[in-house]
Design a protein around this ligand. Structure first.
Ligand SMILES: C[S@@+](CC[C@H](N)C(=O)[O-])C[C@H]1O[C@@H](n2cnc3c(N)ncnc32)[C@H](O)[C@@H]1O
Length: 321
């Protein structure tokens, strides 16, 4: 059976980004192009979307799937990391941007292809890179990091209580020969934990941790947030009548915390510590929160699209000066 690739929280994304004819939008995580397709439809006939992805395979698939929009120039595709958003936008000559979407993490295409190494349920090479043209694979990391480094990664990014035990097992195993397959890692991470039906697989947190480390996910998210603010603010400076909007969907608490803290800080006029009686920071709010609390998918959406299960959506709007 073919997996359905359904865009997560599509209605909410459209509600906040309010695509309209002639509008310019950025999809920083193009993936299968589901959100982008809807943005193109709602901004037709002359709206534009800049679709960015670190994964060349994702871009190639969307180039075929949305060939008409690519050839009409409505959809511009860019290979790169959203951590370099400002440069990519500049190089694409994209201006007056009304909305930016990030739907973080990996796509079902990536998860469903054992060759990419994201899945513990099907054996494949232990890769996990979103961008296979650069960086260190999960196998490189697992075979070269010290036991302490591995334990820290699994603890910090996986919030896995058995982190030390798993790191010890990895180091013990690799002394016999390199760990190169997802099945090997899944077995090591799950060893000694009885699998209960209905519970998450015991290797889930270890896989999440390594994926985050391999792709520098938190650093890249931290890098893109201020750039989203700058790119959207440029529109106000060019005389846009309302502030551009950002929508970010995250899938684990480490990502969501970064997004929440960034949005809250940028929505405040003063960020002096509470003990400072009179403001000395001079900080001015640049964002207005559209979701004081994160939105989560409905139970219907989760049953239709299990990938949506842990999604949290936050949105904010640029405050025009
Ligand atoms: C959850 S999927 C997006 C799905 C998409 N919204 C759709 O409707 O099909 C996330 C995509 O973002 C890409 N991605 C994740 N982090 C990235 C980053 N730092 N820079 C560029 N692309 C990234 C992944 O390669 C993946 O294709």
């Amino acid at each position: 059976m073919q997996t359905q690739h359904v865009p997560v929280m599509l209605e909410e994304v459209l509600k906040f980004l309010r695509p309209e004819p002639g509008g310019h939008y950025i999809d920083g995580t193009l993936g299968g192009g589901g959100h982008t397709k809807a943005l193109l439809e709602r901004s037709a006939p002359d709206g534009k979307v800049l679709g960015i992805d670190a994964d060349i395979q994702a871009l190639a698939r969307v180039k075929e799937r949305l060939a008409e929009s690519v050839s009409s120039g409505q959809l511009v595709l860019a290979h790169g990391n959203f951590a370099e958003l400002a440069r990519i936008v500049d190089e694409a000559g994209f201006v007056s941007i009304q909305g930016i979407l990030l739907d973080l993490g990996f796509s079902s295409h990536q998860m469903d292809n054992p060759e990419r190494g994201f899945a513990f349920s099907a054996d494949g090479p232990l890769d996990m890179r979103l961008d296979q043209s650069e960086g260190m694979s999960a196998a490189n990391l697992v075979n070269s990091a010290s036991e302490q480094e591995l334990a820290n990664i699994i603890w910090r990014y996986g919030e896995e209580k058995r982190s030390r035990q798993i790191a010890r097992r990895i180091v013990h195993e690799r002394a016999k020969g390199a760990i190169t397959r997802t099945a090997q890692l899944a077995k090591l991470a799950a060893a000694g934990v009885p699998f209960k039906s209905g519970a998450i697989h015991p290797a889930t947190k270890t896989f999440q941790a390594l994926r985050i480390a391999v792709n520098h996910e938190l650093e890249r998210l931290e890098a893109v947030l201020p750039q989203m603010l700058e790119v959207l603010s440029a529109r106000g400076e060019m005389g846009g009548k309302d502030g551009g909007r950002m929508v970010i969907i995250s899938f684990h608490s480490l990502e969501d915390r970064l997004v929440k803290e960034f949005m809250r800080r940028e929505a405040k006029d003063c960020i002096c510590p509470p003990q400072v009686p009179v403001c000395v920071c001079g900080h001015k709010a640049r964002l207005r929160l559209l979701t004081p609390k994160p939105m989560i998918p409905t139970s219907e959406e989760v049953s239709a699209n299990p990938r949506a299960r842990s999604a949290k959506l936050r949105a904010a709007e640029i405050v025009l000066k």
